[in-house]
Write a protein of this length. Structure first.
Lengths: 117, 217
């Protein structure tokens, strides 16, 4: 049994880990995995995080599948557009409110709240 | 020790926050965040930063414009960073006045090292970009050698080479230039010797790359 949610951060940009380290302090325990991992879906299925944040296309595909299997909240930061997306019914939906560390934290908290309500 | 004043100009909030977090933990940087070109102008109006880290896609007109403005304002070390690192972009940034170019996938430690180096006057360049620059220098060297060899050809030899490149035989060249076939043969031998080429075919290829492209430039 976990004391707090575990958030898997599959990152292409190492600075993202730095940016989210403090922002997610009171939301959950962040475990960061550099991308590209060999099999991101296998990694997620084995690790079974309560939420996932990704910033790479290949990891995003795996995370979307994992969201469908587990119902876990999944966020995708697309650097090219500086836009945050959340997985909803097998698709990426843009999250309003920017892509600051606080906006990412808020989106994650909202997704957790939605999950339990 | 006086901290290095650094402007971080990037339209992506999360990256600015990351850079601030990384640099502030080091104590030897005084970080100013800006999100666009106008903010750079405001931030540098009072005091010129020692180092600037500029997003290549900085809103609204791109980082190259910002680099030129910063260079004109007296900023000594301007580093451009981006997810895109193709050669033309790197060179455009350097020509505009950037002293370095970094990939945004750089590690926090790598970023600190690069920015400290920039503050000391070093030119930070990611390892993969360094090989781009070295390749470009080699190409410049080749261009230079091509120009030097081409300059050894006489006007008549250049004309003959042009016909060779067009696929003409010696007899056809002789007729076209109103000279003897023997003279054409001698010109072709001289061309191959001066250009250090083994055959007419190689001479034709040389003309296409070294002379025709020079004419069209």
């Amino acid at each position: 049994v976990r004391d707090e949610p575990v958030i898997a951060l599959l990152y292409r940009v190492p600075l993202l880990v730095e940016a989210l380290r403090h922002a997610l302090d009171h939301v959950g325990e962040v475990r960061a995995f550099p991308s590209p991992s060999t099999e991101p879906l296998q990694l997620l299925e084995a690790f079974m995080p309560d939420a996932v944040i990704v910033d790479g296309e290949r990891d995003a595909e795996a995370a979307l599948t994992y969201a469908g299997e587990s119902g876990a909240p999944v966020l995708y930061l697309r650097w090219g557009e500086s836009q945050l997306y959340t997985a909803r019914d097998g698709e990426w939906v843009a999250v309003p409110g920017g892509q600051s560390p606080e906006a990412i934290r808020n989106a994650l908290v909202e997704a957790f709240v939605e999950q339990v309500s | 020790v006086k901290p290095t004043r650094i402007v971080v100009a990037d339209g992506t909030t999360v990256l600015r926050a990351a850079v601030r977090s990384v640099l502030e933990s080091e104590k030897d940087f005084d970080v100013v965040e800006v999100t666009n070109l106008a903010d750079i102008e405001n931030a540098t109006a009072g005091a010129v930063p020692e180092v600037a880290l500029v997003d290549l896609d900085l809103p609204p007109r791109g980082g190259i414009v910002a680099v030129k403005d910063l260079a004109a304002s007296g900023c000594r070390e301007i580093i451009v960073w981006s997810f895109r690192t193709d050669r033309a972009l790197v060179f455009a940034a350097i020509r505009a006045g950037a002293s370095g170019f970094l990939h945004k996938e750089i590690s926090p430690r790598g970023l600190i090292r690069a920015l400290r180096g920039a503050a000391r006057g070093e030119a930070p360049l990611s390892r993969d970009l360094m090989s781009l620059v070295i390749d470009a220098v080699h190409e410049l060297d080749l261009d230079q050698r091509t120009r030097e060899r081409t300059a050894m050809l006489s006007q008549r030899e250049r004309e003959v080479l042009g016909h060779v490149a067009g696929g003409a035989r010696n007899k056809q060249i002789a007729t076209a230039l109103s000279i003897s076939e023997f003279t054409v043969k001698r010109h072709v031998q001289n061309i191959l010797r001066k250009l250090e080429l083994p055959s007419r075919h190689a001479a034709a290829a040389y003309y296409d790359v070294g002379i025709a492209s020079e004419k069209s430039a």
